[in-house]
Design a protein around this ligand. Structure first.
Ligand SMILES: Cc1cc2nc3c(=O)[nH]c(=O)nc-3n(C[C@H](O)[C@H](O)[C@H](O)COP(=O)(O)O)c2cc1C
Length: 194
């Protein structure tokens, strides 16, 4: 059975378009599901108290130990999944800071990637990612303005996840009818992905 790790990061709750797209994906692609809702339960920002805990070597200390345990748990969830499903709202032209914090815990040298003489190598291999992107405006993805998607692709590629499908619902801020049309069309597209 396919196992999905779902990472939600919208602060819009039931009105979230990225969450709606994730739900459409899950309805059409049954399997085991592990959920991380970073809105309901955010991963803390990296601080001086936690930084050492998420790195390669965990030193002694209570703060470090808590951060280490959380990072270990998040990484184990990634490693156990066949498909990583990301909700990706566009917030101020980037990804939500909650999602960035999740990556700060998951990208660990020696565990999810490593440096070699030939350059960095991703260690999270054999997985697929599906990105459910939602944004208020409409953008040319090659223009370098809306940066959430290229950033997420870079992070996934760095970990070794190169099989990535993206479904984008955009123009969500152009009124309720435009939002509903974009969400419905994108929901159908994500459900139809092989
Ligand atoms: C804090 C915040 C910042 C946002 N920044 C942008 C932005 O830079 N560009 C844009 O097109 N839409 C922006 N939006 C609109 C969201 O991208 C849009 O509402 C999208 O549907 C959010 O995903 P969600 O529906 O899953 O929450 C922003 C929304 C919020 C709440």
């Amino acid at each position: 059975m396919t196992s999905h790790l779902v990472i939600r990061s919208s602060a819009n709750g039931a009105a979230s378009i990225s969450n709606r797209l994730i739900d459409a994906w899950l309805a059409a692609h049954p399997g085991a599901v592990t959920e991380r809702n970073l809105d309901a339960a955010p991963v803390p920002h990296v601080t001086a108290a936690s930084l050492a805990g998420i790195g390669r070597v965990a030193p002694e200390g209570r703060d470090f130990a808590e951060a280490r345990a959380l990072a270990d748990r998040l990484i184990a969830e990634v490693m156990a999944a066949d498909v990583l499903v990301f909700g990706l709202p566009l917030y101020n032209f980037g990804m939500p800071s909650t999602l960035k914090s999740w990556f700060d815990y998951v990208l660990r040298a020696g565990t999810t990637f490593r440096y070699t003489a030939q350059g960095p190598e991703g260690l999270v291999t054999g997985k697929r990612a599906v990105i459910a992107h939602a944004r208020g405006g409409k953008y040319d993805d090659s223009a370098g303005i809306a940066l959430a998607l290229p950033h997420l692709r870079t992070l996934l590629g760095f970990m070794g996840v190169t099989a990535v499908d993206v479904v984008t619902a955009e123009g969500i801020a152009f009124g309720p009818e435009a939002a509903e049309a974009a969400a419905a069309e994108a929901s159908a597209r994500i459900a139809a992905l092989a």
